[in-house]
Design a protein around this ligand. Structure first.
Ligand code: ATP
Ligand code: MG
Length: 286
């Protein structure tokens, strides 16, 4: 049976999902719901399973256990194209752009608009420029010149163009794999702003990040992965930034590390938390 048709019914749902790479269990028991107009943040340390999770959702890999549903219907995608056809778009960190081509040309890369009929068919340049310009503006992205080679934009601006492009081509779920990882503070702010803009246009956003501060600025739900399992899955109202940071840092482990690092000359452990401040399961205080 299809799920309810309520406005915030999940677009993407995982139930008890697991994924093996040969004998290695990369994910187990994953429950996740991605709703329209919400930002779902996926956090976790290196190797926790974040990329594997989005590879399953984006159709690059298949799950081995549990269920993956889109609009309430069980699916098993065999290619990213199938996921894209259901409106699930992924923006990878190493964006597939052609640096020397203008912004508008990259916006339409692979989906160019043409006019006329063969043999007189040609690119409808004016129309593509106009649409790219309008779409970028609608997302609040102001570029002085849409003819600029995309390679001359900052990393944050390039990510924003990729987000606007996914929105224009009908994405309902937008997956961003560590879009702020290689960016400075200001550029990260730019990307966070467009994540919020995509959410405000009703997309369900999956935002993968190492950074609990970035996650907390835009997130409605937080899923923290640890060794392939969900260590925390909480709505914004149920978790503070401090608790989220502690979960990310691996609480007790970090405190133990502090103790070890304190023995090493030239390492300043002042900023690291004490063991006593970090109960394994942080008490919920508000
Ligand atoms: N193609 C693969 N074959 C075998 N094992 C893999 C493969 N891809 C990932 N793994 C393993 O699965 C686990 C999860 O990896 P994954 O790349 O999903 O982590 P991640 O959270 O994205 O890490 P990072 O923050 O470093 O990107 C790791 O133990 C990794 O070694
Ligand atoms: Mg990864």
């Amino acid at each position: 049976m299809a799920q309810s048709t309520a406005d915030d019914a999940p677009i993407v749902e995982l139930h008890d999902m697991g994924k093996m790479y040969g004998n290695i269990r990369a994910l187990r028991g994953i429950d996740l719901a991605v709703r329209p107009g919400r930002v779902t943040c996926v956090l976790g340390d290196n190797g926790a399973g974040k990329s594997t999770l989005i590879k399953v959702i984006s159709g690059l890999h298949q799950h081995d256990e549990g269920e993956y549903r889109v609009d309430g219907e069980p699916v098993r995608f065999t290619t990213p194209r199938e996921a894209l056809d259901r409106g699930i778009a992924t923006v990878y960190q190493d964006l597939a752009v052609v640096p020397l081509m203008p912004v508008w040309r990259n916006f339409f890369l692979g989906s160019e608009i043409t006019r006329g009929v063969w043999p007189l068919r040609r690119l409808d340049i004016e129309r593509m420029k106009k649409i790219a310009d309008e779409e970028l503006r609608a997302m609040g992205i102001e570029l002085d010149d849409i003819d600029r080679p995309i390679g001359t934009l900052s990393g944050g601006q390039r990510q924003s163009v990729a987000i606007a492009r996914a929105v224009y081509f009908g994405a309902r779920v937008l997956i961003l794999d560590e879009p702020t990882a290689a960016l400075g503070v200001k550029q990260s702010g730019v990307v966070l702003k467009y994540i919020a803009a995509a959410r405000d246009r009703g997309l369900g956003v999956i935002f993968i990040t190492h950074n609990p501060h970035h996650a907390y600025m835009v997130g409605d739900h937080f899923a923290v992965l640890r060794l392939g399992a969900l260590e925390l899955s909480a709505d914004r109202g149920q978790v503070s930034l401090e608790e989220l940071t502690n979960h990310m840092a691996g609480g007790a482990e970090l405190a133990a590390l502090k103790h070890e690092l304190a023995q090493v000359r030239g390492v300043d452990v002042e900023g690291l938390p004490e063991e006593t401040e970090l109960p394994a399961t942080p008490a919920s205080s508000s």
